[in-house]
Design a protein around this ligand. Structure first.
Ligand code: HAM
Length: 531
């Protein structure tokens, strides 16, 4: 049996009602904060992520779903280039069959002058191929056509093969594949900030001033699956990005985004979150800090776990993310970025905190919070939630003031976040049953010909926003009423020949058992008024 891939899952009703509840709530919140939706492709050039998220990060080094877009073999590539060049007046046939002869060359090309070319493609020509091609040429010539035999390859034949080719009468044509577009490396997006910044640059979005964009969609990381960690997971994210002159660099943006998050989490009923806040400095601070960190790590690094040791070399800041318990006392003693912030960076961070205090959003300073992506500068944050266990980060984000430049764009300070929607849904107190709307009415057609009448009534009721489920005329009344109760409908509407004639229908309240006759025209109001 074919099952869903490890780390991916089907989201089924009624749980999908919770997802819709969350997405509707977040769209409402984005609307009043004047954010607009952006949808970028689910796959991008691999380089985009390597250059933004960073080559040395776990995400890029280990977790991306990457493939060469054009995995066709060299032969197929040769074939398509050769066919593209073939003059229009030539007619070609794939794998032409010659009765009584086993070998089929790749193509037979018929020319207007009645001559024929037999063509084979190979990136590793051998004497055997040349021999076979030659034999088939002879066999076809016996058929009475003028036959040329040709081998298309991507490299010159070696000396001895050249001799064989000449002796058996095979012409060779070399197509140098280096002259053609290389295979493109593509990656399923592991996150969406890189795609948004790419789109910002590609569509000159700076012309609009400040951009406040949000997205909801799947992301892909080949992580070890466990509760709250999937290989296809969903993010609800937002980015504020624009030229500094539009206010994109202001600490007011950081605070606005964090306050939005607090509002949203409260709105969906998640109250016991903790906002962990840090500043990881500007480019200048980072250089001095990295140097200090390297120095401090030098005498102790050999005592650390292998993974932490690797981080110490490739990206010392990421040492703070090492989870190995025995390394924690060492990490605790390392210098912190907070001690290295320059004047402007420190002020910026202070102002973020001041605004947060003034709007009443609580936070905890955590100078070990470094984030797992390389593009961050200054403000970095995570919201954690106790109920989630090991994967307790419900969302994360921060500033990325140099990202646009590093992707070849103009200076465009920005800040954003992404909520792990899977984790958010897990943390909801609300049950799926509570948010899923049940049918208002179940229509029970009784007897032959009544499906038609029922369909007409259902169409009418649905136009009035009544959630309607339809039975079938082949069901007995008992079965219809049982089904109606099972799906949680509030009413059953009985549609039989007598009702249709009278223009009034039996409406049964499935909770109280009360049954009344309701004139056709009053049905929508009657059903809605008792909601
Ligand atoms: P991130 O911290 O890598 O940041 O991911 C954000 C959130 O996505 C995490 O806090 C977590 O809730 C969720 N998440 C990550 N990986 C998984 C997984 N394998 N399974 C389930 N949930 C997961 C970013 O992605 C940045 N792009 C955020 C950002 C936007 N920074 C600036 N703008």
């Amino acid at each position: 049996m074919i099952k869903a891939i490890r780390g991916t899952r089907d989201l089924l009703p009624p749980e999908t009602a919770l997802w819709n509840f969350v997405e509707a709530a977040v769209r409402d919140v984005f609307r009043v904060y004047n954010f607009h939706e952006i949808r970028t492709p689910i796959f991008e050039e691999t380089q985009l992520f390597a250059r933004s998220v960073g080559e040395e990060t776990d995400i890029v080094a280990k977790e991306m779903y990457t493939w060469d877009d054009d995995r066709r073999s060299v032969e197929t590539k040769l074939e398509s280039i050769w066919l593209d060049r073939l003059p229009k007046e030539a007619e070609y046939f794939a794998q032409p069959n010659l009765p009584g002869f086993d070998y089929k060359p790749r193509f037979r090309v018929d020319w207007p002058d009645n001559s024929v070319t037999l063509v084979e493609f190979s990136s590793q020509p051998s004497a055997q191929i040349l021999e076979e091609l030659s034999q088939s040429g002879k066999a076809w010539s016996k058929h009475g056509e003028r036959v040329q035999i040709k081998l298309v390859t991507d490299r010159p034949l070696t000396g001895s093969l050249m001799q064989v080719a000449a002796s058996v009468g095979v012409h060779t044509e070399i197509i140098d594949l280096r002259d053609f577009e290389p295979f493109q490396s593509l990656t399923l997006r592991p996150e969406n900030t890189a795609g948004v910044v790419r789109a910002y640059i590609e569509h000159n979005l700076w012309e609009r001033g400040l951009n406040k964009l949000y997205y909801i969609g799947p992301q892909f990381r080949r992580e070890r699956p466990q509760k709250g960690r999937y290989r296809q997971f969903y993010q609800i994210g937002a980015e504020i990005i624009g030229p500094a002159s539009a206010g994109s660099e202001s600490p007011a943006r950081d605070a606005e985004l964090l306050e939005l998050l607090a509002t949203f989490l409260d709105r969906v009923g998640i109250t016991d979150w903790t906002l962990q806040l840090n500043s990881i400095g500007c480019a200048n601070d980072r250089a001095a800090y990295n140097e200090a960190l390297r120095k401090a790590l030098e005498p102790v690094v050999s005592k650390m776990d292998a993974d932490c040791q690797r981080r110490a070399v490739t990206n010392p800041l990421r040492v703070f993310d090492c989870k190995v318990p025995k390394d924690q006392p060492i990490i605790e003693k390392l210098p912190r970025i907070s001690q290295f912030l320059d004047e402007s960076c420190r002020k910026h961070f202070e102002q973020v905190q001041e605004i947060l205090k003034s709007v009443g959003v609580e936070f905890q300073l955590n100078d070990r919070l470094v984030r797992g992506l390389d593009y961050y500068t200054r403000t970095a944050f995570e919201f954690t939630h106790g109920a989630l266990g090991a994967q307790n980060a419900i969302l994360g984000g921060g500033r990325y003031d140099g990202l646009s430049e590093s992707l070849g764009g103009p200076s465009a300070p920005g800040i954003g976040f992404a909520i792990g929607e899977d984790r958010l849904v897990m943390a909801l107190k609300e049950s799926a049953e509570a948010v899923q709307r049940k049918p208002d009415v179940y229509i029970a057609p009784l007897g032959p010909g009544m499906n038609r009448e029922a369909a007409r009534l259902a169409r009418e009721l649905r136009h009035h926003d009544v959630i309607t489920e339809l039975g079938d005329e082949s069901f007995r009344l008992k079965k219809s009423l049982e089904t109606a109760s099972k799906i949680g409908a509030r009413f059953a509407l009985i549609v039989g020949e007598n009702e249709v004639k009278a223009g009034a229908f039996a409406l049964k309240n499935l909770q109280s058992g009360e049954q009344i006759s309701v004139p056709h025209s009053e049905l929508p109001q009657k059903i809605q008024s008792s909601r």
